[in-house]
Design a protein around this ligand. Sequence first.
Ligand code: PLP
Length: 410
Amino acid sequence: MAKKSILSKRSKFVYNPLEEDDRIAEKLMADGKKILKLNRGDPPHYFPTPKYMIDAYIDALKEGRTGYSTNRGISELREEVSRRYERLYKVKSDPDNDVVITQGVSEGIKFLNAALVNERERVVLFKPYYTVYMPDLQMFGGIPIMENYDEKNNWQIDADSLRRNLGRAAGKGVRPKYMLITNPNNPTGTVLSKRVLEEIVDVANENGIFLISDEIYDEIYYNGAKFTSISQIAKGMPHAILGGASKDYDATGFRIGYILVPGRDKTSGEIKKTMENFANARLSPNVPAQYAFTEGLRNYKEHEKAIRYMVREISSRVNACVDEINKSEYLSTVRPNGAFYIFPRLDLRKLRIKNDKDFVMKLLTEEYIQITRGSGFGAEGHVRIVSLAQKEILVDTVNKINRLCSRYRR
Ligand code: PLP
């Protein structure tokens, strides 16, 4: 008789499908191949983390601030996060109760799932989604109701369709626990319009659904886009904002993020208390990194210069790559206006290539370029290109993609 596995049922969901490609890339590299990695949204590889943050990190080490801190994060950092929302969005929050510092947004998402989702409960996600949302939800036994960012409408959300679908679900007694949006978006690089956000807030309100907005790229927008934080329009209804040091502050390896729950309602109160309890159950996030991020937020004049430079560079790189993609016979894309991703659609009808996974594998093993399959974000037939590398490299990548496609032309 086969021996029963010792593992929990939930453990089988917890993997990232995109890591499979990394193993193959590692093997190619071990065989001496140089791989161009355009698969990871990791800005410090292209833009050095600002010196004043690095110095603050080093000072914290030198001055012996190397023990645990308050589990929900040092008060200086919580205060700076709160000030950031006042400064950028005129949103008031209480640093003592409304902000919890986490080990990246990644931990924030885990905390929220753990706090909100019982086995077999539903939540509303939108496709294409940031890969990690899915295993993280499934780890807690949750089931997604899949709505869409609409490619035909510049990857915005069709609020009427959302309202209809949730109305239908409510008719069957389904009450989703939360709705999670990503703005600006990974993988599409789309900034949601204020009008769409207002509609989403209305729909969440009408259905009594807790709203979570992952705004980790909230200072990276361009091509005429204007960013609106959910915290500016969801005043008076329960919601949480996720953000952190990784992208805007160019410090992915610090592993520092936050959850901000500014509401004064009963649900928000319960969630704040639970976030704090969860923080207490795992001891503090990286302490020198908390000091370094505090400096990143405090020194906002320097930060403004750094982010302005980064956004200018990113937009010119993204646009150069998009122009090249849209000349291709085989790919086409909506032009992004935020974050640093391009999410082109492949014209597989023209190719002897099965699907996006096959495409990405061929590009990796034949042209030594690693990008990411769209199916990893729930959107088959697409690929994601991280557009942080220099323009010439990105343009050359599209040329190599075209070369691969002509080899496999039907
Ligand atoms: N949320 C989104 C939308 C992301 O794209 C990423 C990383 O790519 C994360 C969260 C991870 O954030 P952190 O580094 O703060 O854990």
